[in-house]
Design a protein around this ligand. Structure first.
Ligand code: TXA
Ligand code: MG
Length: 305
């Protein structure tokens, strides 16, 4: 195994060689690190599911380098979807669209829809461009565990199961992309992220489309399972108004600066586990902007204890 390598031109070339061989790699994006494989290589797609320990019916996100490449993957792109991707790509937005026949049903978990995004991270786009094929990439953690936001998180979790990890530094945002199901007349946000509900609503309005209030139907993302993003420590969540008890357990303040809190969230959860901390008090951010995504991840990380 090659381990963590610098994401310079030489590193990108090595990564592309590994992908051409059908290997899977750790890939930096602006949200979290991905476990990337060549979309056109069935063995690579199967390896992603095997390495993650992910059920085969949980679809992967397809990463492309240019917005125009969406049309090769989709059989249909609504005006609302076009408005979203024009405004938000490259960036932390994933759209669900009807899949073209050519898209591997392994990547889509057997569905006729596909999740697509153009990451903002230059290294991710450089790898896709040099490979000349889209990359299927879920977050580079074992199924149900905390996502990685540093290169060494990936090697710690997945070890020799990845050919190499490109070190693109700490992920800017720190929580996974916003997922919008664009196959419906009224699009739905399946997973909140750094592109906020208000932004999505405003962009959809330019195409005279409204955002659904609730998530219903068959597209519900696996990230919507009740317990997910889970550390070993027990998280006790507190609203700002009620405050945090002074009982000696550590406090994770996600309220004062939600942007910084999102950036450091998964590294903090991993650090608590490394230190064998049993209980962590979490001060929740307000349910606005990035606060929605943080509350979503914290609720899931806290569930089941
Ligand atoms: O920020 C991100 O989106 C990161 C980086 C690496 O790009 N990726 C990521 O992938 O979070 P993953 O596999 O951990 O989460 C993808 C989510 C899952 O909850 C999956 O069920 C949902 O996307 N998804 C993918 N394709 C779908 C589809 N066709 N319909 C509904 N949900 C879909
Ligand atoms: Mg994930």
């Amino acid at each position: 195994m090659t381990g963590v390598i610098r994401a310079d031109q030489a590193g990108i070339t090595l990564a592309v060689e590994a992908l051409r061989r059908g290997d899977v790699i750790g890939l930096p994006t602006e949200t979290v690190y991905g476990l990337a494989g060549d979309l056109s290589n069935v063995a690579a797609l199967q390896k992603i599911f095997a390495v993650k320990g992910r059920p085969y019916d949980h679809p992967l996100i397809v990463h492309i380098a240019e917005t125009q490449q969406l049309d090769a993957l989709a059989s249909e792109v609504s005006d609302a979807c076009r408005a979203l991707v024009e405004q938000c790509w490259p960036g932390p937005l994933t759209v669900i669209v009807r899949a073209a026949k050519s898209v591997s049903r392994i990547a889509t978990g057997g569905r006729d829809t596909v999740a697509v995004r153009v990451p903002a991270h230059l290294v991710a786009r450089a790898v896709i461009t040099e490979l000349g094929s889209p990359l299927a990439a879920p977050s580079a953690n074992r199924f149900g565990r905390v996502s990685p936001t540093l290169a060494h998180h990936v090697t710690r979790d997945l070890g020799a199961d990845v050919a190499l990890v490109l070190d693109g530094g700490p992920c800017d945002i720190g929580v996974e992309s916003t997922i919008v199901d664009c196959t419906l007349a009224q699009p739905q946000i399946l997973r909140p992220g750094a592109i906020t509900h208000d932004e999505v609503r405003q962009i959809l309005a330019t195409a005279a489309v409204t955002l659904a209030d609730h998530v219903t139907g068959p597209s519900r993302a696996s990230g919507m399972l009740e317990r997910h993003y889970a550390p070993a420590a027990c998280l006790v969540l507190h609203e700002l108004a009620s405050g945090v008890p002074a009982d000696g357990f550590p406090v994770l303040d996600c309220a004062s600066d939600p942007v910084q809190a999102a950036h450091g969230l998964y590294a903090s959860l991993r650090a608590f586990d490394d230190a064998d901390v049993s209980t962590v008090h979490v001060l929740l951010p307000r349910a606005e902007g990035l606060g929605y995504a943080l509350r979503d991840r914290l609720n899931k990380a806290a569930a089941g204890h």
